[in-house]
Ligand binder design. Structure first.
Ligand SMILES: Cc1cc2nc3c(=O)[nH]c(=O)nc-3n(C[C@H](O)[C@H](O)[C@H](O)COP(=O)(O)O)c2cc1C
Length: 226
């Protein structure tokens, strides 16, 4: 499955079978986690066969999760500039790899219990969110998508193909509460500006959206406005 198929087929899944993740998939994920950590400076941890974070807490129950035994703990330095953006960008890279490996996933902002004995979190670090992983009991369903006109602008008077392809991939990105509170603006010189509007986890969402946009648009076609 290529990455664009993974983008189309990924939906949040909150209920998992008890099938352990295949050893080759664990190895591929661990290798990708190591690469993401090297590139980003984050301290993402792949936690396998640990059911307590999604055990019997009221919050976990409220989130309607079941059978979660594997997850990514998205840990990073508290004082990183744009910690949330990095968490979103690198977390989604791992989510889409998981989809390509035949797994399902769900980003989780609140409804888990922090397991201090399992996840290593330094004094200068924080656990921003987790991503549940495993073989879903279903493949999930497509989310409602906002009118694309509400999230994009062109300051050049044009909408080149690559920008439209990037937008299409961005619209399929998971966002907290499916809020889609982002704005992508095409500027002269093939620059794209990505901005988060106010909202719960909206800066993590923006990192996720940027990763999707890059896959759809092709990084050779544009640069991000810093
Ligand atoms: C940063 C972030 C935090 C999220 N937190 C939760 C959560 O705490 N509980 C939950 O059930 N879903 C959570 N979600 C999943 C969203 O509800 C889901 O991505 C959105 O409704 C879009 O659906 P889709 O992922 O199936 O496309 C979160 C998603 C993101 C991106």
């Amino acid at each position: 499955m290529n990455i664009l198929d993974a983008i189309k087929e990924r939906h949040s899944v909150r209920s998992f079978t008890d099938q352990p993740i295949a050893a080759e998939a664990v190895a591929a994920l661990q290798q990708a986690v190591d690469e993401c950590n090297r590139e980003s400076g984050l301290n993402i941890q792949l936690i396998i066969d640990e059911p307590k974070a999604f055990g019997t807490s009221k919050m976990a129950h409220y989130g309607k999760f079941s059978g979660v035994r594997n997850y990514l703990a998205m840990v990073g330095k508290k004082d990183f500039p744009d910690l949330d953006g990095r968490v979103g960008y690198y977390g989604e890279r791992l989510v889409l790899l998981a989809q390509q490996l035949g797994l399902n996933s769900c980003w989780v902002g609140l409804t888990y219990k922090k397991q201090a004995d399992v996840v290593q979190i330094g004094d200068d670090e924080r656990l921003r969110c987790v991503i549940a992983l495993g073989y879903g009991t279903t493949q999930g369903v497509a989310h409602k998508v906002k009118d694309v006109g509400k999230v994009c602008r062109s300051r050049t008077g044009e909408m080149p193909d690559w920008f439209c392809r990037g937008l299409a991939a961005a619209m399929l990105a998971p966002t907290a509460l499916n809020q889609q509170k982002f704005r992508l603006t095409l500027l002269p010189g093939n620059q794209v500006e990505a901005k988060a509007r106010m909202g719960y986890f909206s800066k993590v969402d923006l990192g996720i959206v940027k990763y999707h946009f890059e896959q759809g648009a092709g990084t050779e076609n544009f640069t991000w406005k810093q």
